[in-house]
Design a binder for this molecule. Structure first.
Ligand code: HEM
Length: 137
């Protein structure tokens, strides 16, 4: 079944209404599960909270517009190569992202949303990590 873009947008609008708490929760969850990733990020995370939320908003708003989404993710993926991000890092980040979305969705969370977010994040990973891989091949 194709990803239901409108459901993702509606769900992200619900989750995003919690503002910076969403990014705080996400990084707390990520660093609790994967403490070794903490050192990749700056000590002060305030700016990172904002850029993550901005990037997620951008991704979700163009999830059904691949002509916009793919070049954006390719650029983001190439920059992440410069931050030392490897393909294997995308899995743990996806786990924390899904956990964060589920937490802030509360009773609205369901199997369909989980499936659609997993598929969308799979695409993000493929495009970002794929563009990074082309830099080293
Ligand atoms: C949905 C996937 C992701 C999104 C939307 C995202 C978004 C962003 C954005 C917008 C920035 C700011 C810099 C820039 O725009 O180039 C950034 C920086 C960064 N991201 Fe990601 N990212 C993602 C996945 C990952 C993954 C898998 C890792 C691996 C741990 C990661 C680690 C980092 C690091 C280390 C920085 C640089 C922090 C700094 O030194 O300022 N990101 N990310």
């Amino acid at each position: 079944m194709p990803v239901d873009a409108q459901k993702l947008k509606d769900n992200f609008a619900l989750v995003g209404a919690n503002g910076v708490d969403v990014a705080e929760y996400f990084y707390a969850d990520l660093f609790a599960r994967e403490p070794q990733l903490r050192r990749m990020f700056p000590t002060g995370m305030t700016r990172q909270y904002e850029v993550l939320l901005g990037a997620l908003t951008q991704v979700v708003s163009s999830v059904d517009d691949h002509d916009t989404l793919i070049p954006y993710l390719e650029d983001l993926g190439r920059r992440h190569h410069g931050f030392g991000v490897l393909r294997e890092h995308y899995g743990p980040v996806g786990v924390s992202l899904l956990a964060t979305l589920a937490y802030f969705s509360g009773p609205e969370w369901n199997d369909d949303l989980e499936r659609d977010w997993t598929a969308a994040y799979g695409l993000v990973t493929e495009v970002m990590a794929g563009a990074a891989a082309e830099l080293v091949s």
